[in-house]
Design a protein around this ligand. Structure first.
Ligand code: PLP
Length: 383
């Protein structure tokens, strides 16, 4: 049986959700159609919007824009900068996901000023680092809520409040793709203008996400076409994806505190047992506030990619750095930003647990991992 310890890459729908998705297949309709089939689809989408507002604690007049996922949400918000009057300026961090960093590079190429702040060695981006980098000239500040590789949390309410008092008109956004389904969030009480969520990170189908935008903030569309999604995103809505997003959100709303506790139990046991077996490991962000399910671990003298392959042969799925970047030889930009050397970054793996994995999973993971590491060490010694 496959043991999937790569929940931060994607989080497959539960059996209950698969049932909801399958039955929605027989009720597909185009929400723009006037007939009953279309209106039923439209009602499903509007119902889903309400569920997403509840999920993130958004106000009833805040906008929820359904998209194809976090990548599109982040591109949509960063697109606002290119439509602003020049000279455009943005502040973000060096540990963002590539779907923030790459659009930022594109903005730089058209003359925007991009300031990227560094995290602490533990991997946290501090309000005290972000706020001084922001001026009233900045159009946008974008800082992720939880890092996908280390799981380290940034105190976004604090960062947003500090930026707001410094630059009241600057748009403040957070890529919150990894937070949802793991910890609670309260959009209304934060000073954020916009946040990004991604369905497949908390049990919905891949290919759907949402950008939540505070009431009164107006955005320029990136995808021009029909009037769908408040004219912010033309194109027939991904009804199945949106239905799955709402169903996954409802599961999170019903079970979040149990999920958090279950994830922390398995992750914490895993780290304790792994350190007992391999005392020279480093657990990144160990002293910082972290997602309850994520472990980023450097194992000296081991190639993370080799370990991923070795574990896969034994039915255990993990990741080396971010899933989106595995397969590419460069070391993780996140670990380099934490001050790790290239060699140590390449010796790092990410293990991320699901809420429905019992704590005994931790012992099996440690057993398989330690056996693979000792095989690799003995191979190195014998050559
Ligand atoms: N942002 C973060 C923090 C992520 O972890 C990911 C996926 O790994 C993304 C954005 C991209 O999400 P999506 O696959 O929904 O485009």
């Amino acid at each position: 049986m496959i043991l999937d310890l790569d929940a931060n890459a994607t989080y497959a729908p539960s059996e209950r959700l698969q049932g909801v998705i399958t039955s929605a297949c027989s009720r597909l309709g185009n929400p723009s159609s006037l007939h009953r089939g279309g209106q039923r689809a439209k009602a499903a989408i509007e119902g889903a919007r309400e569920v997403i507002r509840a999920l993130v604690g958004a106000g009833s007049n805040d906008t929820v824009v359904f998209t194809s996922g976090a990548t599109e949400c982040n591109n949509l918000i960063l697109h606002q900068v290119s439509t602003a009057q020049s000279p455009a300026r943005v502040v973000s961090s060096t540990i963002e996901h590539p779907c923030v960093l790459e659009p930022l590079k594109a903005l730089q190429r058209i003359g925007c000023t991009v300031t990227l702040v560094n995290p602490t060695q533990e991997g946290e981006v501090l309000a005290g680092t972000v706020a001084p980098a922001v001026t009233t000239e900045d159009q946008l500040v974008s800082v992720m809520w939880a890092n996908n590789e280390t799981g380290v949390l940034n105190d976004i309410p604090h960062i947003a409040a500090a930026v707001r008092s410094q630059a009241p008109r600057t748009l403040i956004h957070s890529d919150s793709a990894q937070l949802i389904g793991k910890l609670p969030v309260d959009f209304k009480r934060s000073a954020l203008d916009a946040m990004t969520i991604s369905g497949h990170k908390f049990g919905a189908l891949p290919g759907v996400g949402a950008l939540i935008v505070r009431e009164g903030v107006s955005l320029a569309p990136q995808l021009l076409g029909g009037p769908q999604e408040q004219k912010l995103r033309g194109g027939t809505e991904n009804l199945l994806g949106i239905v799955s997003l709402a169903a996954a959100a409802n599961e999170v709303l019903e079970t979040l505190s149990e999920r958090t506790i279950a994830m922390a139990a398995v992750r914490d046991r895993f780290e304790v047992e792994l350190r007992r077996a391999l005392p020279d490991i480093t657990i990144h962000g160990e002293r910082a506030a972290r997602l309850p399910n994520t472990s980023s671990i450097t194992i000296p003298n081991i190639r993370g990619d080799d370990l991923v392959v070795a574990l896969d042969l034994h039915g255990v799925q993990i990741s080396s750095g971010a899933a989106c970047s595995s397969g590419k030889p460069e070391p993780s930009h996140v670990l380099l930003a934490l001050g790790q050397s290239e060699e140590r970054a390449r010796s790092t793996i990410r293990v991320s647990f699901r809420a429905d994995q019992g704590a005994e999973v931790a012992s099996r993971a440690v057993e398989v991992l330690v056996a693979a590491v000792s095989r690799m060490h003995s191979t190195v010694r014998s050559v």
